[in-house]
Ligand binder design. Sequence first.
Ligand SMILES: Cc1ncc(COP(=O)(O)O)c(C=O)c1O
Length: 426
Amino acid sequence: MDNAGPQLLTQSDELRKRALRRTPGGVHSNVRLSGSQDFIKCARGAWLYSVDGQDYVDYLLGQGPNFLGHAPKHIVDAVFTACRDGVIFGGQHELEVRAAELVCDAVGWADMIRFSMTGTEAVQAALRLARAATGRTKIIRFEGHYHGWLDNVLMSQRDGKWGTASSGQLARHLEDSILLPWNDAARLADALDEHGDEVAAVIMEPIMINAGVIEPLPGYLEAARRLASEYGAVLIFDEVISGFRLGLGGGAGRYGVTPDLATYGKAIAGGFPVAALVGRADLMDRFGTGEVNHSGTFNSSVMATAAVTATLTSLVEDPPYDRIAEHGNALMAGLREIGAAHEVPLRVSGLPQAFHVSFGDAKVTDYRSLQQLDLARYETLASSLVEHGIWVTGRGVWYVSASHGQRELETALTRFDKALTEWVAQ
Ligand SMILES: Cc1ncc(COP(=O)(O)O)c(C=O)c1O
């Protein structure tokens, strides 16, 4: 007979029960259906605290936005102060001018900007603009690159075939997509050779962070730039993750290749919901004449532009990039050492600002070769890491913020070692 008595529900359990009654899956973004179901009470710096008293060193950063850590005081204060005088005007205001200047100056190559709320919207604006400017419809994009959750960009692979990723998604909205393996300049050249006069845009993450944090091969971005220009297609870098994370110039700056348009989000606003499309004036001007519609009730709100202004000011005046690289490099090296000590084929690759953890030793240059790694095995380790107080998700991408320091490094490595010891013994 089981005489252990009734199991006490944790506060997270109680909240989850309530959430499930009113919210499908208990979450407001399907991305959160997997991963920890613990409820968070508050977050400071590089730490999350659950309602049940567990603390976590955070390497998910809210899926990337908390690049300066959680609730950076100067940004939260700037937003609160600005919002006391109004949040949204249905008219223009000085902060949005300042924010636009700061972003364009930081990006370097971009003449103009339009703000939106989400990366998904910024991508849609970019695609529409490219189609308007070229009078063409097709979009070349790449396996494993994520550009938001709408019908014309969302794709997944099932039974070896790429197609819609959601029930209810219109398959015909993907008909204008030409999907290629990434990092293969010959394939891109062939596709443009065949469809060049129909291709409005080539869109890619300049470094494929979403799937495996894979860097472009030497010369690949240059080839994409040359080919897009040759065939009159608009080159769009989706820098929603890489923007301001890899440096002020994002992926374009890191790899020295300039797109025609780029989308930004996540690290641009200290955790607040802001995204942006930046680009060449001759393209962006089409919004200004009214020829191309880009709208949004909440675009460039006081909250958004105060957050961008405070974030960009601090990135320029007190660049955190060296600190982040130091932490990320030490963390990556520490994880590798622990993996080696446990004699498991732990693979840690990518950049110190964003890296990927998995199992295996394949040479990975694109989505297909990424599948040779044991990604499912890492997913089980990720659950164990969360149980041991490291906040990560199963897809293996770890983000480092400006507020990760020595204490976080030591805690993360100690917890990782403990989690791996128990996981290996299972
Ligand atoms: C590269 C990239 N583009 C676009 C998006 C969509 O951004 P959002 O989730 O803000 O709509 C994401 C989100 O993760 C992303 O990683």
